[in-house]
Design a protein around this ligand. Structure first.
Ligand SMILES: [Zn+2]
Length: 182
C-alpha cells in the first residue's frame, strides 16, 4: 500500500458478484455522500422525540412526518408495533434523552390481512413444521384505529417508560395524509 493511502479504502468498483440491490446501494450512496454535509450532527435526537411506525415500503417518515436528519429516532417494524419497539424505545428515552412518542400506523397495513393461524401455516410451509412454536404471536390486528389506541394505552401503562407525551396517528398510503387518532 502506498504511503498515505487510507488503511480501509473505499472500493470504486462494484464487486462482480454484487446483486442489483447491492449495486444500487453503492451507486446511490456515492451520489449521496458526494454532497453530504451533516457529519456534525449529535447522537441524541435534536428534537428529543421518537416515532414508531410500520416498515411498509410506501411510508417515507422523513418526508411525510417532517423529520429532518438528526431530529428524531424512527423505529420501524411490522405494523408500527409498540411492544415490538420497546427495546428501542427504552434506549431512546433512557440513554438518548427522547421525551415524546409519536406512533403512526397506516391504512392498507399488511397486519390487517392475516391471522396468527395464517402466518403460522405459511412459515410451516416455507421453513418446516415446528420451527416456530404454535403460540408464536405475530400480533396482527383487525381494526386499525383500535390498534393505534391499544398501542398508545399500552405505552401509557408501561412503568418503564418516561416522558408520557404520546400520540397515535393513522397515515393514509392512498393520499399521503396523516390524521390523529389519540
Ligand atoms: Zn404496515
Amino acid at each position: 500500500m502506498a504511503a498515505g493511502a487510507p488503511s480501509v479504502p473505499f472500493s470504486t468498483d462494484f464487486a462482480t458478484d454484487a446483486t442489483e440491490i447491492q449495486k444500487n446501494l453503492e451507486e446511490k450512496n456515492k451520489q449521496y455522500a458526494s454532497s453530504f454535509d451533516k457529519g456534525h450532527l449529535a447522537l441524541p435526537p435534536a428534537k428529543k422525540y421518537l416515532v414508531v411506525t410500520c416498515m411498509d415500503a410506501r411510508i417515507d417518515p422523513a418526508s411525510a412526518f417532517g423529520i429532518d436528519l438528526g431530529d428524531a429516532h424512527v423505529i420501524r417494524n411490522a405494523g408500527g408495533n409498540a411492544r415490538d419497539a420497546l427495546r428501542s424505545i427504552l434506549i431512546s428515552q433512557h440513554l438518548l434523552g427522547t421525551k415524546e412518542i409519536v406512533l403512526v400506523k397506516h391504512t392498507g397495513c399488511g397486519m390487517l390481512t392475516f391471522t396468527n393461524t395464517d402466518a403460522l401455516s405459511v412459515v410451516a410451509q416455507n421453513a418446516g413444521v415446528g420451527v416456530l412454536q404454535s403460540t408464536y404471536d405475530f400480533q396482527p390486528f383487525p381494526d386499525l384505529e383500535q390498534a393505534v389506541k391499544d398501542d398508545v394505552a399500552w405505552l401509557n401503562g408501561n412503568a418503564a417508560l418516561i416522558g408520557k407525551t404520546i400520540s397515535g396517528w393513522v397515515y393514509e398510503v392512498e393520499t399521503g395524509k396523516t390524521r390523529r387518532v389519540v
